[in-house]
Design a protein around this ligand. Structure first.
Ligand code: SF4
Length: 397
């Protein structure tokens, strides 16, 4: 059973490391770590580094010293998310452009569980606008417990997946019953960046003296597109890199879509897909998101696709990150660190990741095909009733 039972972490606040330590101490289990893109840009802060210092290699070494059998990268799953979400966007757009009035446009991104819950609770009538693609955390768990388990020749129950996320909402997401098979969750434990720092200190690891090491393969290889998922605008920029090339069948002349970057609460841009102007809206922070969603609800949204991240700055400013005390400069430095890691990568488009190509060839078939749909897509619920029930109960007290 998933141990991250409390969406606000109240239950695990006192001793967050114990479930992870128990898993690592169990000789019958293969324990896998996955680390979200934004964690590497903030973890160092808890060990005295300057804001925005990238500590990817030391983080991997620390996880190995803690005893994880495999250290993988959620960025791999971010590339996978782009394959699925980018394909879904193209499918919706082509229906829309051919006059289909049923198709839900704008498509809204679905990789942030804080945002997904917001839609389910406050705008459930728009839940079909959400992409059905699971978040990178959940895609990783599904692939680790199917494809990778088969590669190892073990049962999914022999594997424990531990996520290191910037996020409190990821704990709740990992426990959603639809992300499990026969009661065995795709992601067993989800901890956040500060909890990892606590674990590292608890194990007396001298973080700053650690050598750099690389992620394991095959689920540790990622492109620059997967890296920029950690900042606002990054998901849609990554999606455009892939969707543009899949749609136009031409290589991008300019990989970076700088018009989609920045920290303004609401931004917009238009990307020309070979004569088709794709209009993009971006919001971070739920107050800003609400403004874009109200436009969708009233039928006045000018966009074809909308990216929303619930936290200020996106995951770089997530609630589980070392505290930034609202200092925008810290968020800027964290974002800059991710963009510089993207620039340093030899591959910067998700569809060029050779391990993603191998995964489709060996196992999944086509993006958005039947097997990919079964493993990598989800559905959403109307939770307004539940919220109203709570509000009514509260009023009666
Ligand atoms: Fe979690 Fe915040 Fe990132 Fe959303 S934006 S996935 S709530 S850290």
């Amino acid at each position: 059973q998933c141990v991250s039972v409390c969406p606000v972490n109240a239950l695990s606040g006192r001793n967050t490391q114990q479930p992870v330590l128990d898993a690592l101490a169990d000789p019958t289990k293969i324990v896998i770590a996955q680390t979200a893109p934004a964690v590497r840009t903030a973890l160092g802060r808890d060990f005295g580094c300057e804001p925005g210092t990238l500590v990817t290699g030391k983080m991997v070494s620390a996880l190995r010293q803690l005893g994880f059998d495999y250290v993988f990268d959620t960025d791999f799953a971010a590339d996978l998310t782009i394959m699925e979400e980018g394909t879904e966007l193209l499918q919706r757009l082509s229906k829309y452009l051919s006059g289909d009035e049923e198709v839900k446009i704008p498509m809204m991104t679905s990789c942030c569980p804080g945002w997904v819950s917001f839609v389910e609770q406050h705008f459930p009538e728009l839940r079909d606008n959400l992409s059905t693609a699971k978040s990178p955390q959940q895609m990783f768990g599904a692939i680790a417990k199917s494809y990778f388990a088969e590669k190892l020749g073990v049962d999914r129950k022999d594997i424990i997946v531990v996520s290191i996320m910037p996020c409190l909402a990821k704990k709740y997401e990992a426990c959603r019953p639809e992300f499990a098979e026969d009661g065995n969750p795709d992601v067993d434990i989800s901890i956040y960046t500060r909890e990892l720092a606590r674990l590292i200190r608890y194990a007396n690891i001298n973080f700053n003296e650690l050598p750099d090491s690389d992620f394991d393969h095959p689920l540790g290889e990622s492109t620059g597109a997967g890296v920029i998922f950690g900042t606002t605008g990054g998901v849609i920029e990554a999606a455009c890199r892939t969707a543009y090339e899949l749609y136009t069948k031409k290589p991008l002349e300019k990989i970076e879509f700088k018009e989609l970057r920045g920290l303004e609460g609401i931004r917009s841009g238009t990307i020309n897909f070979d004569g088709v102007p794709v209009k993009i809206g971006i919001a971070h922070g739920l107050g800003n998101a609400r403004k874009l969603v109200e436009e969708v609800k009233s039928g006045k949204s000018p966009y074809h696709v909308i990216e929303v991240m619930a936290c200020p700055g996106g995951c770089i400013g997530g609630g589980g990150q070392p505290f930034h005390q609202g200092r925008i400069e810290v968020l800027r430095k964290r974002a800059a660190a991710l963009y510089s890691e993207d620039e340093s990568k030899p591959l910067r488009k998700s569809h060029e990741n050779p391990y993603i190509q191998q995964l489709y060839k060996e196992y999944l078939g086509e993006p958005c095909g039947p097997k990919a749909h079964k493993l990598l897509h989800t559905h959403y619920f109307d939770r307004k009733e539940v919220i109203n029930m709570f509000l009514e109960t509260d009023k009666d007290k």
